[in-house]
Design a protein around this ligand. Structure first.
Ligand code: FAD
Length: 387
């Protein structure tokens, strides 16, 4: 398969460095993030403890290149961080995931000035980044957006509403896609960096969601937001292409989130069935239960292999990345929904209550089939980019 000849390492199998990273992030997640996960969900509050712990260990935005003060982690390392955080708290895993989603347009297409200005605070942990593509009437058909950016001398003036924006209100920086030429549809869309403190930026009330309740999702209102033209990411009219190229890479981080949620549910169910006794023995002794666990582990491992392979393609920017990014996200999220539902089943009535974490994991898994393009849209993307 075509490759840019970038890093010469076999990402299908994590290296010793990747394994060491996994150990470090797992310890951190279990000690600092897990203890708050149930309460964060119950109270629908931002997981500040997770952000603080991730920033303290430099794991909040590992993808930022070293030249801009970041850890310069490769795509697989980023996947491992997100996977391990999601294993204990899916809401918290959106911190490293959306920091990558929001900032990748700048990394892929931004000017040197934009990179210097916006990546350093992200790497330092003093600012988070969000990604503003969706609108109330433009979800799957994102190119149908209405938010306008009109040139005014050395500035652009932005007006519109972005919907479903993860970490809105918490993030300092926002990559905003807006129409600069309404006659050209997707080729008339440009990308900009907007700051939370720009006059005219405001936020809607947090959405009341089924899952990932600790991750704030809000509308972003742009009311005559006047920003310097130098805040445009890439050339005028290239914003939609940049937004799609970004998703090729970041859908793999949603696959990682799905893997983590499913692994958390499987680990919990595995322990539970050994303890729970019915008919005078642990339910783990029943073959019907063993077969369920075998299927869960098999599907999860298949999803993991596809995700890691897609991460390798992301790192090398292979020509079939679009297919693999969509396939990993679609497959891993469908597996996460199945595995978490089966985990609830294995805990019986107890699994259906908030006294046990698998109920939260099942609710959290659902979003991975919806965002960064629903799984129907992933299938369209795959069909158009068959390997
Ligand atoms: C919690 C949450 C966080 C999010 N975070 C962000 C974010 O940070 N930034 C951002 O920009 N967006 C974000 N989104 C938006 C998300 O990406 C969209 O919700 C998603 O792309 C679907 O768009 P929609 O909700 O408008 O559904 P619609 O597009 O209205 O789809 C409705 C249904 O129709 C199906 N459908 C639509 N078109 C087709 C087709 N051509 N073929 C077959 N089926 C089709 C869909 O699959 C779906 O089942 C977030 C959403 C949620 C819920």
């Amino acid at each position: 398969m075509a490759s840019t000849g970038k890093p010469d390492f076999d990402l299908y199998r994590p290296s010793e460095e990747h394994d060491a990273l996994r150990d470090a992030i797992r310890s951190l997640a279990e000690a600092k993030i897990l203890p708050h996960a149930a309460e964060v969900d119950e109270a629908s509050r931002f997981p500040q403890e997770a952000l603080d712990a991730l920033v303290a260990s430099d794991l909040h935005a590992v993808h930022v290149p070293e030249e801009y003060g970041g850890a310069g982690a490769d795509a697989l390392a980023t996947v491992i961080v997100i996977e391990e955080v999601a294993r204990v708290c899916a809401s918290s895993s959106l911190i490293p995931a959306v920091n990558k989603l929001g900032s990748l347009p700048v990394i892929l297409s931004g000017s040197e000035e934009l990179k210097r200005t916006y990546l350093r605070p992200l790497a330092e942990g003093s600012a988070m980044f969000s990604y503003c593509l969706s609108e109330p009437d433009a979800g799957s058909d994102a190119a149908g957006m209405k938010t306008r950016a009109v040139r005014d001398g050395d500035h652009y003036i932005l007006n519109g509403v972005k919907r479903w924006i993860t970490n809105a209100g918490v993030s300092e920086y926002y990559t905003v896609m807006a129409v600069t030429d309404p006659d050209k549809r997707s080729k008339g869309i440009s990308a900009f960096v907007v700051e939370k403190s720009d006059p005219g930026v405001s936020f809607g009330a947090p959405e009341k969601k089924l899952g990932i309740k600790g991750s704030p999702t809000r509308e972003v209102y742009l009311d005559n937001v006047r920003i310097p033209a130098t805040r445009m990411i890439g050339d005028e009219g290239t914003g939609f292409a940049t937004a799609m190229k970004t998703l090729d890479h970041t859908r793999i981080t949603i696959a990682a989130q799905a893997l983590g949620i499913a692994q958390g549910a499987l680990d919990y169910a595995k322990g539970y069935v050994k303890e729970r006794k019915q008919f005078g023995k642990p339910v783990a002794d029943f073959q019907g239960v063993q077969f369920m666990l075998a299927d869960m582990a098999m599907k999860l491992e298949a999803a993991r292999q596809l995700t890691y392979s897609a991460a390798a393609k992301s790192e090398r920017v292979d020509s079939d990345l679009t297919f693999f990014g969509a396939a990993a996200k679609c497959f891993a999220s469908d597996v996460a929904m199945e595995v978490t539902t089966d985990a609830v089943q294995l805990l019986g009535g107890y699994g259906y209550t908030r006294d046990y974490p698998v109920e939260r994991m099942m609710r959290d898994a659902k979003i991975t089939q919806i965002y960064e393009g629903t799984n129907q849209i992933q299938r369209i993307v795959m069909a158009r980019n068959l390997p």
